[in-house]
Design a protein around this ligand. Structure first.
Ligand SMILES: [Mg+2]
Length: 165
C-alpha cells in the first residue's frame, strides 16, 4: 500500500512516514517452520537462493515439543541461510508467560546466531519478558504485535527488556 501511495503522490515512502532522510533497512522474508527439519532446511535455502540476507522463521512445530526438536529446526534454518544470514525466530507467544520453557531454548538460539526471539510471551507478560531478557545475552527479544498504542510498545522497551518493537 505504501508503495502505491508513494507512486500516486510521487513522494518517497520515508517522507510519507515523516522521516527527513531515508534510513537504511534490511528486508527479511518470513516463513513458518516446516513440519520437519528437512522441510525447514529447504525453506531456508529457498530464502537464501532468492537473495534474502535476512529471514524469519516461526510458529509451526517450534516450541511445542521438547527442546531437542526445536534445536534441529533452528540448525536447519542456519544451514540453509548460511553463516552470514540474519536469522530471526518468532515463537508466536507459544510459551504464554513460562520463562523457563523459553529460557531452555536460549542455548541453541545463541549457538546458531539468532538475532532476535520474537514474542516468546503474550504482550502483557512484562515480568516474563524482563526475566528472559536478563538471561538472553546476544539473542534480543522482539515484541509488540499485541500492543494497541505507542505507549504500550514503549513500555515493552522501557520496562520489559524488549530490544525490538
Ligand atoms: Mg510475529
Amino acid at each position: 500500500m505504501w508503495d502505491l501511495v508513494s507512486k500516486r503522490f510521487d513522494t518517497p515512502i520515508y517522507r510519507l512516514l515523516g522521516d527527513e532522510v531515508a534510513l537504511p533497512k534490511v528486508p527479511y522474508t518470513s516463513a513458518l517452520f516446516g513440519n520437519d527439519p528437512a522441510e525447514t532446511l529447504a525453506l531456508a535455502r529457498r530464502a537464501s537462493d532468492r537473495g534474502f540476507r535476512a529471514a524469519k522463521f516461526g510458529w509451526g512445530p517450534y516450541g511445542i515439543g521438547n527442546v531437542a526438536a526445536g534445536v534441529d529446526h533452528v540448525a536447519a534454518t542456519r544451514e540453509g541461510l548460511g553463516p552470514e544470514g540474519i536469522l530471526l525466530v518468532d515463537a508466536g507467544t507459544v510459551w504464554f508467560d513460562a520463562v523457563e520453557r523459553a529460557a531452555a531454548r536460549l542455548d541453541h538460539l545463541r549457538q546458531h546466531g539468532v538475532t532476535w526471539l520474537e514474542e516468546p510471551f503474550v504482550s502483557g507478560a512484562f515480568g516474563a519478558y524482563r526475566a528472559l531478557a536478563a538471561r538472553s545475552g546476544t539473542v534480543r527479544l522482539a515484541a509488540g504485535e499485541g500492543c494497541h498504542t505507542p505507549f504500550q510498545a514503549k513500555h515493552l522497551m522501557d520496562h520489559a527488556g524488549s530490544g525490538f518493537i
